[in-house]
Design a protein around this ligand. Structure first.
Ligand code: G3P
Length: 226
């Protein structure tokens, strides 16, 4: 399963990237408006941190298909090769996805709330779709179930489009989406750190240290090997 960071905060990316097996970074207009002092500098800095192989996602802000494709072309040229244009699931968006596919530009169809939206996105040629799990949970729907239904539809019809579940507020939502077969999840940096937190893990490590020091002091295990 792929794990992406849903942020444009450079410090947060730096604090997580060296430690977690991160496949890339996703952004959206709200994230960039909140976290980027300068969009150009921020996107280029994220690409620099990610290196050429990890994925970077940014959303087109144009609403018409020609405008979306023009933005996808420029973004890919400047931030590629592993760059994906996020395109909202609108009629103009679907048309833009098909046009991007013809031009070899990679896309993620975003703001997905129903399996049918996801099916149309896949048929239009999307590489990824992003169903919004927490936003679904907040309208008394079940985000993880929607993720599972999309995965099942793609398997049923043989689409290679991947489901990148998004909009998580807690670890249980991430786990539920993973259990339903999400190909990837995109999480904030603080949530990513929580993915491995458990108080008993910390407690166990403290106990190991106490036992070791009480017998061997500050010597490391390598120093005791002869
Ligand atoms: O980037 C899309 C998605 O992750 C948005 O999440 O937290 O604004 O619902 P959120």
């Amino acid at each position: 399963m792929q794990i992406l960071l849903d942020t444009a905060n450079i410090n947060q990316i730096k604090s997580v990237l060296p430690y977690f097996p991160i496949d890339g970074v996703t952004t959206n207009p709200s994230i960039l408006a909140r976290e980027a002092e300068d969009v150009n500098d921020t996107l280029r800095a994220i690409r620099e941190l990610l290196g050429p192989d990890r994925m970077l996602f940014a959303q087109a802000t144009a609403h018409d298909s020609a405008g979306i494709v023009a933005q996808a072309e420029k973004l890919t040229k400047e931030l590629g090769p592993n760059f994906y244009t996020k395109i909202p699931v609108t009629m103009q968006g679907l048309r833009a996805v098909a046009m991007c596919k013809e031009r070899g530009l990679k896309t993620l169809v975003t703001a997905i709330f129903t399996p049918m939206q996801a099916l149309l996105a896949a048929k239009s040629g999307a590489d990824y779709v992003a169903p919004y799990v927490d936003r679904l949970d907040n309208i008394t729907s079940d985000g993880a179930s929607v993720v599972g239904e999309i995965v099942n539809l793609y398997n049923e019809y043989g689409y290679e489009t991947k489901v990148l579940a998004a909009s998580f507020k807690n670890i249980q939502q991430v786990y539920n989406a993973a259990s339903c077969g999400a190909h990837g999840v995109t999480v904030t940096a603080p949530l990513c750190e929580k993915l491995i937190f458990h108080p008993y893990t910390d407690r166990s490590l403290e106990d190991f240290d106490i036992d070791w020091r009480s017998r061997f002091g500050e010597k490391g295990i390598d120093q005791l090997l002869k």
